[in-house]
Design a protein around this ligand. Structure first.
Ligand SMILES: Nc1nc2c(c(=O)[nH]1)N[C@H]1C(S)=C(S)[C@@H](COP(=O)(O)O)O[C@H]1N2
Ligand SMILES: [Mo]
Length: 214
């Protein structure tokens, strides 16, 4: 069989003239708001209502459990490292979402590098200065957008949003992001946190409306 020269020539012509191009750029199929969420222009405050007052000078973070190198950071140690920046959306299970929160802090994966979790460590349990707790798999905490935040939208994190330092886990409902973080415990086994023990999902994925425990 001989090549079909007429077909080839026609298709070469299409390449020259750009046949079939619309000039439209393919839009992301996925909407930006997860199902059931509403965009909030301001950043709401939501917590147990205890609002601990923790001065940066008094703040300490202790990282312990199944790790080779447990550590305690004070504000000076932490803030010298905490220069990572990220812009994320943030979704609360009570149905508000905010877009484009500018966070500054330390990527959690860098904390993981420093403490070197043991191979058996599969879960992380967070304890806050108000007594709040929450839990996540280590694999979720290692995601590139997870951080310990000390600033929001260019300003030191306010007390009501969890200052001096809070967790930010953008791919999970906001109750997984502990404010006023005090202790991070690497563990072999999972342990349910405050809301996880009270009917809220342990996996907490906004994109599948994974709000409540089954
Ligand atoms: N320490 C602590 N962290 C917490 C909470 C809390 O009560 N205490 N509430 C959680 C819940 S339910 C939500 S929706 C977010 C709200 O964060 P924001 O107040 O900065 O919006 O914080 C989460 N982290
Ligand atoms: Mo929440």
């Amino acid at each position: 069989m001989e090549p079909d020269d007429r077909l080839i020539a026609k298709k070469e012509g299409w390449a020259r003239t750009g046949r079939g191009l619309t000039g439209e750029i393919q839009k992301d199929e996925r909407p930006r708001l997860p199902p059931g969420q509403k965009l909030n222009k301001s950043f709401p405050v939501l917590d147990l209502g205890i609002l601990p007052e923790v001065d940066a000078d008094d703040w300490e973070l202790s990282v312990k459990g199944e790790t080779e190198n447990p550590l305690v950071w004070n504000w000076d140690r932490f803030s010298a490292l905490a220069t990572d920046r990220i812009v994320t959306d943030f979704h609360c299970v009570t149905t508000w979402s905010i877009f484009d929160a500018h966070w500054e802090g330390l990527f959690f994966r860098k904390l993981i590098e420093q403490v070197r979790p043991a191979p058996e460590a599969k879960f992380v349990y967070f304890t806050s200065y108000d007594g709040y707790t929450t839990n996540l798999p280590l694999s979720v905490c290692a995601d590139e957008d997870v951080l310990l935040a000390r600033a929001w939208n260019g300003r030191p994190l306010s007390r009501e949003h969890g200052g001096p330092v809070r967790m930010v886990v953008p791919k999970r409902y906001a109750w997984k992001s502990a404010k006023w973080i005090k202790e991070i415990h690497f563990m072999k086994n999972d342990r349910l946190g405050f809301w996880e023990m009270r009917g809220y999902s342990n996996t907490a994925d906004p994109w599948t409306e994974d709000r409540y425990a089954q």
